[in-house]
Design a protein around this ligand. Structure first.
Ligand SMILES: *Cc1c(COP(=O)(O)O)cnc(C)c1O
Length: 355
């Protein structure tokens, strides 16, 4: 499919932010976006055009029944090159989310080439300062105007871009994580493994409870036993018990993070004892008390690696790694950000250059 190019005239371009590190995450958008529409069983009208509001019928199915999915990845600009990190995995996962939500798939090669073309147009928007990047948000929504509950016959797929600094305003310093005992995020058989809109709305209330006690992120427990760790709002979770590094298995209610997969690969190749198994909250609390839990971190595209400095559970606060960043956590942050920005060797072929 041909991509039509409709570019803004140079005198109407937006001013670029002076310092991407200071922008609150996801609040500034670039001059252009990509979009295409799905109608009569096929994608049409692919175009790169000025960033603009959408026009939707108020009865559009996504607005009522949540048929919407998205992805999140980043572009880095270093030494004049624009780099993407494992971008094909994001489009494969978009299609997995689409299949769960009864939405049409996109051609992954086409979507990636559309993204690359958009990035070429917006190359000056990719921040080149360490700690900053251009966050990429591919999105698909059901747009058919109909109030009956059914899969939409019409869809819009678009990609928008946002220059960002660190995800947490604290930057790379330990985050405080609130264990929710009252609410759950997802249940096996549900949509927890899909990057779909409703999952995040479902998490907002627990987020406000966390904020009430001064905590920034929610750590979810499994929905059946309320006992096993699942993941954080937008991150997968790892716990280091002595020499064993553990993350919960992809049981169907957890998002299969690309950062999680990268951490598993890196740590296995470092020769660490890495295990995907259930982690009970009792094991974590006891391990913190006995000193067996030496490090804990979250990982995801937005924050990359986020050390966990303290845990709130049943009205008690527990300090992890003395509230500092653990050695392995720091190493993984340096290694991943190094590979992503092209500063460190990439033995896995993860980095894709936009030429
Ligand atoms: C996006 C996301 C992650 C992290 O996935 P990455 O591919 O590493 O960015 C983890 N959990 C949830 C709920 C997410 O939405």
């Amino acid at each position: 499919m041909n991509i039509k190019m409709i570019l803004t005239s140079s005198d109407t371009l937006k001013p670029k932010p002076a310092d991407a590190l200071k922008i609150p995450f996801g609040t500034v958008f670039t001059d252009h976006m990509f979009s295409m529409e799905y109608l009569n069983g096929q994608w049409n009208g692919a175009s790169i055009h000025p960033y603009r509001d959408l026009s939707l019928n108020p009865a559009a199915l996504c607005l009522h029944y949540g048929q919407g999915i998205f992805e999140g990845l980043k572009a880095y600009r270093r030494g004049g090159r624009t780099l993407l990190f494992r971008p094909e995995r994001n489009f494969v996962r978009l299609n997995e989310s689409a299949s769960r939500m009864v939405m049409p798939e996109v051609d992954t090669d086409f979507a990636l080439s559309a993204l690359k073309q958009l990035l070429k147009v917006e190359r000056d928007w990719v921040p080149d300062v360490q700690g900053s990047s251009l966050y990429i948000r591919p999105t698909m929504i059901g747009t058919e105007a109909r109030l009956g509950v059914k899969p939409s016959d019409e869809y819009l797929f678009y990609i928008i871009l946002s220059p960002v600094g660190p995800y947490f305003k604290e930057g790379f310093s330990p985050v405080k994580i609130f264990l929710s005992t009252e609410h759950v995020r997802a249940v096996r058989g549900g949509v927890g493994a899909a990057k779909t809109m409703g999952n995040y709305a479902a998490g907002l209330l627990a987020g406000t409870k966390a904020a009430e006690v001064g905590y920034s992120q929610v750590l979810w427990m499994d929905a059946l036993d309320h006992k096993y760790l699942e993941e954080v709002g937008t991150m997968n979770i790892f716990v280091k018990f002595d020499d064993e590094l553990v993350t919960p298995p992809l049981s169907g209610s957890i998002l299969a993070g690309i950062t999680r997969d990268s951490v598993l690969t890196l740590t296995k190749d470092m020769g660490l004892n890495v295990v995907e198994r259930q982690i009970s909250i009792d094991e974590v609390i006891e391990g913190i008390a006995s000193g067996k839990v030496t490090e804990m971190f979250g990982c995801g595209t937005a924050a990359i690696i986020a050390p966990v400095g303290s845990l709130w559970y049943k009205n008690n606060s527990y300090t992890v790694s003395d509230g500092n960043t653990g050695e392995l956590t720091q190493h993984l942050f340096d290694e991943l950000t190094g590979i992503q920005s092209g500063e460190r060797e990439d033995p896995y072929g993860w980095v894709v250059e936009v030429d």
